[in-house]
Design a protein around this ligand. Structure first.
Ligand SMILES: Nc1ncnc2c1ncn2[C@@H]1O[C@H](COP(=O)(O)OP(=O)(O)OP(=O)(O)O)[C@@H](O)[C@H]1O
Ligand SMILES: Nc1ncnc2c1ncn2[C@@H]1O[C@H](COP(=O)(O)OP(=O)(O)OP(=O)(O)O)[C@@H](O)[C@H]1O
Ligand SMILES: [Mg+2]
Ligand SMILES: [Mg+2]
Lengths: 227, 227
C-alpha cells in the first residue's frame, strides 16, 4: 500500500540546511498498525506529512497503492487524500471560525451523503470521543484535550482507508488516552491501516510494528505481533 | 504568596454554561513546587490562567503577595505579570512572525538590560533547552517539541519568581522530557515557585505537592515531601 524508497526531505532556511528525512525506505501493508517513535525533531511529522501527500519528498520515490505519487499534481494529490486518508495533526489544525460540529463534518461535505446521513455520522463520532456536549463551541472555547478529541473525530468520521495520527494522546489524561487507543484498535481490526507517531511506549505497543527514527533515518524496526 | 478563596469561573456560550472552576480554594507558598492533574476539561488551564492574571475569576477572591488582585486594572495586572511570572502555555503562543531568538528575548525587552546582557541570557537558555541551532528559525519551521522547548526558554529566560507551566513535556520524548524536568527542579531549588499542570504521574512526582481537579473542584491534595 505505502512504499517509500530512499526518501530524502531537505528544509532550507537562510542559515541552515536540515535533512529532516535522510534516505528513508519504508513499506506499510494494508491493514497494518505501525507506530513511529523518536526524539523531538528527528523527522516523525515530516514522514507523516509525506505519507499523507501534504508535503513532497526532495528525493526518492513514494508509491501509494502501486502509483508513483511524486509526479502527482495538486488536484490528484487532493483526490487521493480525500478518498483514502484521515489525518490527526500534531497541532490539530481545526478551523477557528467553525463550531466543533462543522469542523467534524468537513470530510463528509465532499461525499454524496445527505445532510441527515452526515448528521448521524457526526453525532455518532462526537459521542464516541465524549465531546458531544461541545458541538456548538468554537475551537478556542475548548480545552487542549477537547480540541485534540475533535481533531481525532474529524479524522475518523469518514472511515478512511488510512489513518495518520501525530501524537493523538499527547494532550490527554490516561483515561481519555485509553479510550482513544481503544477506538484506534477497533478501527484497525475493521481494516483501517494506521500510522501513529507517539512518545508513549505504552501506546506504541498497540501497533503491530514499531519503527524508531533518529536524525531522519530509521534505526530500528520491531515487528511486535503475528497478525 | 498565592491565595485563592472560593474561586468560581463560569464560561457562558449560547447553549451551555460551564463551571470551569467551582468554589476552588488553594494556597501556594513561596518556593513550593505544586503539580496539578485531572481529566481533560476539568479546569487545569483555567486555574493557571487565573493564577497568572491572564483571566479573572467570576466569583471568589485571589490574593497575590497579600494584595487582592480581582480589583486590579489591566495595567496593574500586566505589571505584576512582567515582574513576577513566567508562563509556558499549553498551545505555546509563540509569535509566528518573530524568529526563535526574538521570541525568547521578549520578556527581557521591558527590563533595563543592555543588548549584550540580553544576548547572553537568551543564548544561555537556548543552549540549556538544546535548541540553539534553531535560533533564526520561525516557529512554523520547527517541530512540535522544538516549539515547546522555545516556549519553555521564553518563560524562564528572565528568572521569574513564579513559573506556571501547562503540560511542559506534553510534546516531548522521554529524554527531552527528563531534561526539562531537571531544569524545572534546578529552578525550584534556586527559589522559583512552580505550578505545573501535567498528565504524567512521573512528572507530577517532581513536585512537593500534587492536587487533583475534577469538574472544577479540587478533590485531593497530596503533600509529597517535607521540604
Ligand atoms: N472560552 C471558553 N468558552 C467556553 N468554555 C470554555 C472556554 N475555555 C474553556 N472552556 C471550558 O472550560 C472547561 C475547562 O477548560 P480547561 O482548558 O481549563 O481544561 P483543562 O483541564 O486544561 O483540560 P485539558 O487537559 O484538555 O487541557 C472545559 O470544559 C472547556 O470546554
Ligand atoms: N518548514 C521547515 N523549515 C525548516 N526546518 C523545518 C521545517 N519543518 C521542520 N523542520 C525541521 O525538520 C526537522 C524534523 O521536524 P519534524 O516536525 O518532522 O520533527 P518531529 O520528529 O515530528 O519532532 P517532534 O517530536 O518535536 O514533533 C526538525 O529539526 C525541524 O526543525
Ligand atoms: Mg512532530
Ligand atoms: Mg489544559
Amino acid at each position: 500500500m505505502i512504499d517509500l524508497k530512499e526518501v530524502v526531505k531537505i528544509y532550507q532556511t537562510d542559515e541552515v540546511e536540515t535533512f529532516a528525512l535522510n534516505k528513508l525506505s519504508l513499506k506499510i501493508d494494508q491493514g497494518e498498525f505501525t507506530s513511529i517513535m523518536g526524539p523531538s525533531g528527528c523527522g516523525k511529522s515530516t514522514l507523516l506529512n509525506i505519507i499523507g501527500l501534504i508535503d513532497m519528498p526532495t528525493e526518492g520515490t513514494y508509491q501509494f497503492d502501486g502509483k508513483i505519487v511524486n509526479q502527482f499534481g495538486e488536484k490528484q494529490k487532493a483526490d487521493v487524500r480525500k478518498e483514502n486518508i484521515g489525518f490527526v495533526f500534531q497541532n490539530f489544525n481545526l478551523l477557528d471560525e467553525l463550531p466543533v460540529y462543522d469542523n467534524v463534518e468537513l470530510p463528509l461535505i465532499y461525499t454524496s451523503l445527505s445532510a441527515k446521513e452526515r448528521k448521524e455520522k457526526v453525532l455518532n463520532v462526537l459521542s464516541k470521543l465524549d465531546i458531544i456536549h461541545r458541538k456548538k463551541h468554537l475551537p478556542k472555547q475548548l480545552s487542549g484535550g477537547q480540541q485534540q478529541r475533535v481533531a481525532i473525530a474529524r479524522a475518523i468520521v469518514n472511515h478512511p482507508k488510512i489513518l495518520l495520527a501525530d501524537e493523538p494522546t499527547g494532550n490527554l489524561d490516561s483515561e481519555n488516552g485509553k479510550e482513544v487507543m481503544k477506538i484506534l484498535t477497533d478501527l484497525n481490526e475493521e481494516g483501517t491501516t494506521i500510522v501513529m507517531v507517539t512518545h508513549s511506549a505504552r501506546d506504541a505497543n498497540y501497533g503491530s510494528k514499531i519503527i524508531h527514527l533518529f536524525d531522519g533515518k530509521m534505526i530500528t524496526e520491531n515487528i511486535l505481533k503475528n497478525l
